[in-house]
Every structure is written in C-alpha cells, then in structure tokens.
Design a protein around this ligand. Structure first.
Ligand code: ATP
Ligand code: MG
Length: 423
C-alpha cells in the first residue's frame, strides 16, 4: 500500500464540522460589507513577483523571507502566491482603469500564503477579508474604516477587541523621521540585533516593529515621529480621532505602530485582542496614498485594512459563538420495487418547496436506513414502502420528539415541514 500523503505544514483543511462557522462568518461579513456600500473584487491567487516587491517593499519580512515564489517552468516568469490582497487589488484597479469614473469602495476575501513558522493563529495558508477605498483623500474615510470594523465586531457579538492608532505623517515627515532614527540607532549600534542592523539604512522604521524582547527598551527610548508631523498631518489625524470618539470607540495612541508593510502613510491602526496569546492582531490597516502611483497608476489617495479570518474565528469560538450545521429537514428512506421512483419524485417536490432533503443511497433494510436518518440530524424521516407508493402517500416520522408517525400526501408533508411549530 502507498504511504498516505499529508497536507503541507501550516496549510489546513477546513473540515465539514468547521465549515458552518466559516459560512456563518462569510454570510455575516457579506451583509456587513453590502450595508456599508462596498463591492467585491476577485483577483488571481498568483501574480508576478515584481508586483509584491514593488508594493510591499524589498526590505520587508514578507518579500525577504515569507513569499512562495517560483519560476514558471513554461515561460520563465517569476511568480508568487499572493501574501496579501492589497497589491493585486491596486493592480486590478489600475489595469482596468476603475478610478477613471469614480472613487471605489472595494472588498476581497480568500487565501493568502506566507512561509512563516506555523503556530496557533499563524499559518502558511490563511484567509483574509480586506477592504480598500481608492480615490478618497480625506480623513473621513480613514474613520469610516475604523467605525465599520467596530460595527462588524458588534454584528458578530464580539467585545474586548482594543483599537490602537498612530499616524505616520506624509512622506516628508517620514523622511525627516527616518534620518533622525538612523542617527539615533547608529549611536546605539551595539544594542541592535542582526535584523535591525541590516535594516538600519534600508528601512529603519521597521526596527520599531521588532518583536525581539531584547530590543524593546531601546525602541521605547527611540525618537518619535510625532515631532516631524506638519499641520496637515496633525489635522488629518485629529479628524480621524474626532469621528472615532463620536462613535464611543475607545482607542490607544501607539507611537510604535508602524505596520509590517512599506506602503502606509498618515493613519495606521490595529484591532488587537488579548484572548489569543501572541497572535493578537485580528485586523490591521491604514492609509497608503503612494501605492497606486508606485504600481504604475495615476496617483490616487487610498486606504484599507485586512482582517485575519482564522484569528477572528478563534476569537468567536473563545466567546462561545459556535454555529452548528442544522441537519436536513427530511431524510427519505425507501424499500420496494415501486417505492424507488416515488421516493426520488417526493424528494424533488420537497426540495422544490425549499426544504433540505437527503435521499437515502445504498439500499438496506428499513431498520438500517432509519439509523442513517437519525444520524443525519434530520428533523423527520419520510418513509416510503410499496404501500405508500401505491397510495401516493408518505409516512412522516418525527425524529426529534415523541409525536406519532402519520401517513399523508406529499403536499401535507411539505406544509407540515414548513409550518412554524415544526421549525
Ligand atoms: P503579524 O504581525 O501578526 O505577522 P502582519 O503585520 O504580518 O501580522 P498583515 O499583513 O497586516 O499582518 O495582515 C493582516 C492580518 O492578517 C493580521 O492582522 C492577521 O490577523 C492576519 N494574518 C497575517 N499573517 C497571518 C498568518 N500567517 N496566519 C494567520 N493570520 C495572519
Ligand atoms: Mg507577519
């Protein structure tokens, strides 16, 4: 016998007992996004590697060590599985000139791929729902994104997710801050770890994002970007905070919040939970006014965020929000020469009436079929023997309560199963 083949480490099967939770969240997020006027966009899972290098930045964890990249064996193109959704979304908007007519409120969802060390809340294939608003320069859109995520937590029934906010200013402010940071870290070079030393001249802001415990004291004492902000950046950030406050959403200003990706400016935010251990960020995003130009489009301001679905599901489970798959309304069992055709026909009529119906497959005695009916979680068994088939009737047996079995025409089965006191 061949040895069984396992799934790739860090890439999970989502089994039938888990899919109801996914579907519940997917339905809920679709309704939520449509309530906020966002439209779905779907892009390929594979893109040119160059897109991610350009969008995310060469000197980032994602591009340096987390991307699944390969050479197309047929034409030699350098390709990557998408590690995030924003780059492709911007690429598609530019390619199809979507901003020509109007600004866009967009969303996407699906699997993302990063070669990370798998652990709880961190996988190599994981799922995100992302939101991007392109063509919006003002702070009201940054605020909309924060307020709408708070609305999602409310719709799901989740409390206790903290909001952290920061501003990165415009590119001039970042440039000034960058120089001050380099000077300061250079004067403390003996305390830098390898990652920080490597990034000192390419991406010093990223040092602030370091999770190395040995670096924390140094980072805490580092200069702050606050001092480099101009009036416009301050006003933008004030407006975001004012709108967020007006919605009674609490937040903490975190001057070290710089985000893992290169393309952010102005507002950055994260929603963090303390319930999931180290992998506590469930949602992260901010403004990226420079990105569309960087991808080769006519420059347009934009902002967006992404939600980690696995982390959100873990949080829901932790909070006891566990939807289960409702069994079928009816399980049809049948035996006898005339019964088969009538059973298929009855199942069809029930389904056409909007009921969920499982028709027994594989034959067997009534007794063994009834065991399957019970195990299916169905509310009722529809029992069809030659007798029933001859009279055009079904014996309807409640499986979840003590009511009596009764024989009736298909129309009565339908009205019984659809009636409220049977739901
Ligand atoms: P982290 O600091 O946890 O690595 P990140 O900054 O790399 O996060 P983003 O690129 O901003 O994360 O992705 C947005 C969200 O997607 C994260 O807040 C998280 O909820 C989720 N996410 C990111 N990477 C993973 C992963 N490997 N497995 C599961 N979820 C992830
Ligand atoms: Mg990461």
């Amino acid at each position: 016998m061949n040895a069984p083949i396992q799934a790739i480490r860090g890439m999970n099967d989502i089994l039938p007992e888990e899919t109801p939770r996914w579907q519940h969240l997917e339905q809920l997020t679709r309704d939520w996004l449509s309530a906020w006027g966002y439209h779905e966009i779907r892009t390929p899972i594979i893109e040119q590697t160059g897109l991610f290098k350009r969008a995310i930045g060469e000197v980032t964890d994602i591009v340096e060590k987390e991307m699944y990249s390969f050479t197309d064996a047929l034409n030699g193109e350098q390709l990557s599985l998408r590690p995030e959704g924003t780059a492709a979304c911007v690429r598609a908007v530019v390619q199809h000139n979507l901003l020509y007519q109007s600004a866009q409120r967009l969303w996407y969802s699906g699997p993302m791929f990063r070669h990370e060390r798998p652990q709880k809340g961190r996988y190599r294939q994981f799922h995100q729902i992302g939101v991007e608003a392109m063509g919006y320069a003002d702070a009201d859109m940054d605020a909309e994104h924060i307020v709408m995520t708070a609305d999602l937590w409310r719709r799901i029934g989740l409390g206790g997710i903290r909001l952290e906010l920061n501003t990165l200013g415009d590119s001039d402010a970042r440039a000034r801050f960058r120089n001050r940071l380099i000077d300061w870290f250079e004067s403390h070079a003996d305390q830098l770890d390898d990652d920080a030393r490597r990034r000192l001249h390419t991406n010093p802001l990223r040092i602030l994002d370091s999770k190395n415990p040995a670096m924390q004291a140094l980072i805490e004492a580092a200069p702050r970007l606050e001092h480099d902000l101009d009036d416009a950046a301050r006003a933008h950030f004030e407006t975001v905070q004012r709108i967020v406050r007006a919605h009674d959403i609490e937040f903490r200003l975190n001057h070290r919040l710089v985000r893992g990706l290169d393309y952010y400016n102005y507002t950055v935010f994260e929603w963090i939970t303390d319930e999931l251990g180290a992998q506590g960020t469930v949602c992260a995003g901010g403004r990226y006014d420079g990105l569309i130009g960087q991808i080769g489009g006519k420059p347009h301001p934009a902002c967006g965020y992404a939600i980690g679905i696995e982390r959100l599901l873990a949080l829901m489970e932790h909070a006891g929000i566990v939807p289960v798959d409702a069994g079928p309304d009816a399980y049809v069992v049948f035996a006898g020469t005339h019964a088969e055709a009538f059973a298929w026909q009855s199942a069809r009529s029930l389904r056409e009436a909007g009921l969920r119906v499982v028709l027994h497959c594989g034959g067997g005695s009534f007794k063994s079929q009834m065991k399957k009916a019970d195990a299916s979680g169905a509310r009722f068994a529809c029992i069809i023997g030659d007798d029933e088939a001859a009279s055009g009737q079904i014996s309807l047996k409640p499986l979840r309560d003590a009511r009596e079995q009764a024989r009736m025409p298909v129309e009565h089965v339908i009205s019984t199963l659809l009636s409220k006191d049977c739901a």
